[in-house]
Ligand binder design. Structure first.
Ligand code: ATP
Ligand code: MG
Length: 501
């Protein structure tokens, strides 16, 4: 492998801000090299320097081993460096072909040799899977296709070092897949690709190497295969991310929930949906249920909440609740964070204060006698928003306007406002960002300390192992193993879940 580009100790100041201080990176030929960092970390600036659009205050740039001085983008293009811009710079009322050759027209005498250009573009399109009609007007193209034109334009100028600044920010998933296969093609042809993205899963999918910058400095250069998205995020922010852990033993003597031989037979009489489930859950204890989705976890939740008929018995604080309705169980102190928040826990088009009422239509603060106390409900919605860091303009904002993480924090806050003795938490942090995740874990931890009993169902094995005091593995409707989360490895847990162990 040879090094296509090396940046050494690049420093760049703007009035009042150091955009880059001591950025170094080495990009090998035939690789995709990701550049990641928080907003404002200096990624775009250092790439503009490499493309000759900005000039470093100090530092060195080496291209194919030689120190270079880039006065402008033409110098960069000359050296085979191309930039695929984040904001496309194509001329709308020209054809694809015209856009590609604009400024780099192959001459044939004094006329432009369109024939040769068209042949070359067609060949490049084929070679890299960048399919686009050369004769269509650019204004008729969608975003994904415009991007292909930008890439072809850069390749047409003979680039073998390609810079992509957040190319996927504007793409839909299918277009992302297409772009990534094009990148793999470029890589296979020995080109060096530099790729900036905030989506760390994407970075790990497409990149060979990753350079992490923080506040203008290179803080790490790692192989993508050696890191997780979480580790990358930690490097980006420079501190440890919140961990899904509980501390000490807070388990109390009293048994909050007891399932005794609970089964849900199917109508057809084939295998039970859940089969002979028996366990005790103490106050101050978290019991985790591990399992590949669809092995009865959802039905177990439904049985506990009273959403489904079952055989056997469920006791809450020592008394059978089998005859009780969903509402009755909720009133007794059984809370639920449901699996599908948008469908099961929110009225998406209604304001947050109306969502505050959902499932709490009995008693204070929502009801005064038989009527909804709007003022008190709005006040309490504000309280939840503050206490649980729900970021939205106010209680009048529609649930749909909130990000997923903020919706989830609101649901957790609403459920906790009744201080349930038992909380059934089904994928409580699914799809939320690391900040919201940490906040939800903290809520669960605190409630556990105060004596709440928690049934935790999660596909996030780190969360499950870290937060649980005891773990059951659920497979085809039955508990097939009880594991000690302190002792089990994620690999062992994975095998147990698939029945391999
Ligand atoms: N032309 C400029 N003039 C003044 N300041 C600038 C200029 N370009 C960038 N900066 C500043 O330099 C810092 C780094 O910006 P840069 O655009 O490189 O960040 P970035 O890592 O690309 O961020 P993002 O992820 O948001 O795109 C920021 O504080 C930014 O405001
Ligand atoms: Mg940027």
């Amino acid at each position: 492998m040879s090094v296509a580009v090396e940046l050494r100790h690049i420093t760049k100041r703007f009035p009042g801000v150091v955009a880059n201080k001591d950025v170094s990176m080495k990009v090998e030929t035939g690789t995709v090299h990701a550049l990641v960092g928080e907003n404002g970390a200096g990624k775009s600036t250092v790439m503009k320097i490499l493309y000759g659009m900005q000039h470093p205050d100090s530092g060195e740039i080496l291209v194919n081993g030689k120190a270079v001085n880039l006065k402008n983008p033409n110098d960069a293009i000359e050296l085979g460096i191309g930039m695929v811009h984040q904001h496309f710079m194509l001329a709308d009322n020209f054809t694809v072909l015209e856009n590609i050759i604009l400024g780099a027209e192959p001459q044939h005498g004094v006329t432009i040799d369109f024939k040769a250009a068209r042949a070359k573009v067609t060949e490049m399109s084929k070679a890299y899977g960048l399919d686009v009609d050369p004769d269509i007007l650019v204004e008729e193209l969608g975003v994904g296709q415009r991007q292909r034109v930008e890439i072809l334009k850069v390749l047409f100028r003979g680039a073998n070092i390609l810079i992509f600044d957040e190319p996927t920010a504007v793409l839909v998933p299918q277009e992302v897949d297409d772009l990534f296969s094009a990148l793999q093609g470029l890589r296979a042809k020995g080109m060096a690709v530099i790729f900036i993205s905030h989506k760390l899963d994407e970075v790990l999918r497409v990149a060979d190497d990753v350079t992490v910058v923080r506040a203008g400095e290179t803080v790490a250069e790692v192989k993508a295969k050696d890191v997780t998205a979480r580790q990358l995020a930690e490097l980006m922010v420079g501190s440890e991310l919140p961990q899904p852990t509980t501390h000490g033993d807070t388990r109390r003597a009293e048994i909050t929930l007891a399932l005794k031989d609970v089964s849900i037979p199917t109508a057809t009489g084939s295998r039970d949906l859940i089969s002979h489930i028996t366990f005790d859950l103490h106050a101050g204890e978290v019991v985790g249920i591990a399992g590949v989705e669809g092995n009865g976890q959802a039905e177990l939740v439904e049985a506990i909440m009273g959403l489904r008929d079952y055989t056997g018995s469920i006791e809450f604080h020592g008394s059978a609740i089998d005859h009780m309705s969903v509402a009755h169980r909720h009133d007794l102190g059984i809370g639920l964070i449901p699996e599908d928040r948008q469908r099961q826990a929110l009225m998406m088009s209604s304001p947050l204060w109306e969502n505050r009422i959902l499932g709490h239509q009995r008693g204070k603060p929502v009801m005064r006698g038989f009527i909804v106390d709007k003022k008190a409900t709005i006040e309490d919605t504000k309280r939840i928003m503050e206490e649980f860091d729900v970021r939205a303009p106010g209680p009048m904002t529609a649930a749909a306007a909130l990000s997923g993480g903020n919706q989830q924090k609101f649901i957790v806050g609403r459920e906790m406002s009744k201080a349930p003795a038992l909380l059934v938490a089904s994928h409580p942090t699914r799809g939320v960002d690391v900040g919201a995740q940490g906040a939800i874990w903290e809520v669960l931890r605190e409630a556990r300390t105060k004596g709440m009993a928690i049934v935790l169902i999660s596909a996030d094995l780190e969360e499950l192992v870290g937060m649980s005091d005891r773990l059951f593995v659920m497979l085809r409707g039955a508990f097939t193993a009880e594991l000690d989360p302190q002792k089990i490895t994620l690999e062992q847990l994975g095998s147990a879940m698939t029945g391999a162990a």
